[in-house]
Design a protein around this ligand. Sequence first.
Ligand code: FCB
Length: 440
Amino acid sequence: MVKGTYYFTKGFMWGTATAAHQVEGHNTNNTWFAWEQEESRILNRDRSGLACDWWGGRWREDFDRAQASAQNAHRLSIEWSRIQPAPDRWDENALDRYREMLIGLQDRKMTPMVTLHHFSEPLWVAEMGGWENEEIIELFTKFVEKTVAALKPYCHLWVTINEPNVFAFNAYIDGVFPPGKQDVKIALDVLRHMVLAHARAYHVIHELQPEARVGTAINYRGFKPASQWPWDRWMAKLHHHLFNNVFVQALHTGTFKALGKKQKLDRVSGTQDFLGLNYYTGEYVRFNPFAPDQFFARRFFRPDSLLSETGFIAHDPQGLVECVKWGNQFGVPMIITENGVEDREDVLRPRYLVEHLHALWRVINDNYPVEGYFYWTLVDNFEWERGWSQRFGLWELNQKTQARVRRPSAELYEEICRINGISSEVTARYAPEAMQTLFP
Ligand code: FCB
């Protein structure tokens, strides 16, 4: 065994990522709140409720935790329904709260990254048809303008829209996110509207703040054919194209290309200063003529894969290498805006963490430009339609008492952030099962 340390580049951003609806609590004016009130939409009928009580001020103690753990950045999101509770009403107090949070990060020497849309919209927007109605492009632009004008002294890294691909698929094909539709045509319209909304936001942010860096966070999923049979290969390609490519390619080329249709969009090409990558897992794709609603395929994890606690994620660190190599074709620097695993007992997480970071180190060492890494997430939070069943936090949360308990992975991540690298000593201490991969 060789002892040593895999060092990351100087100035590398180390943080965690969160989203407003998942951590703030008492978000009662958005699409997810309404969704939570409906029967059988959320596993175990869970509700976001108080969440991590950030709106009540507990962001302070959580930012303290992050800072004390040597993190130098944090990604959070702004809840549109708080800033603009009604079409003709802006809530300056809500903007003040976010201002305070961003100053809170600055005071702790942590670089803020702000997401402007992370899966939730105000109810009044939903009533107008949400992302199906192209009027949302204008509405979103106004919200962005207002928010960025107010918060620009404290932030220069903006993610316009989180995972447009997951949003469009989950809300309009699988139907597990609000508004729960299953219609491919609508899903593609939504995705196109998101491309246009992103591009408008990009230009508005740059007008307000020329030094801003603006991007999106795309969810990259590796799709491998279940066999070498041409139909399986074709299906894997189709899934890769629709899920991974369409959105980012449109931002790069200015052409929205999906299912045989091509549309040239104005002022869209070149509207990203960085590419945010959310990577969790990859899966296999098998042709299935009986699944038209799933684009004629069944997707699955290989039976021999190492699965996470709730079977949500198959451990595939090599997929992160493929993700970065794929992302590099768009010619802008990359940031890993999310990566993590749900694991209440912290059994797989230490290994997941070091093996993914080692994979990331390798690809950075091959000169792929990656500027930072945000673990998902700091403290257990409300995981959308999976409710509280999934525990992604470095800290465990008791929602009732609001007590936080540090998991061993929090210490491991702290060691990594502190030395800006992964050492054999730290790996042996926290993730001995990864020694074979990292220090053979
Ligand atoms: C991503 C979401 C994030 C969180 C993680 C587990 O798709 O962006 O909000 O739910 O998955």
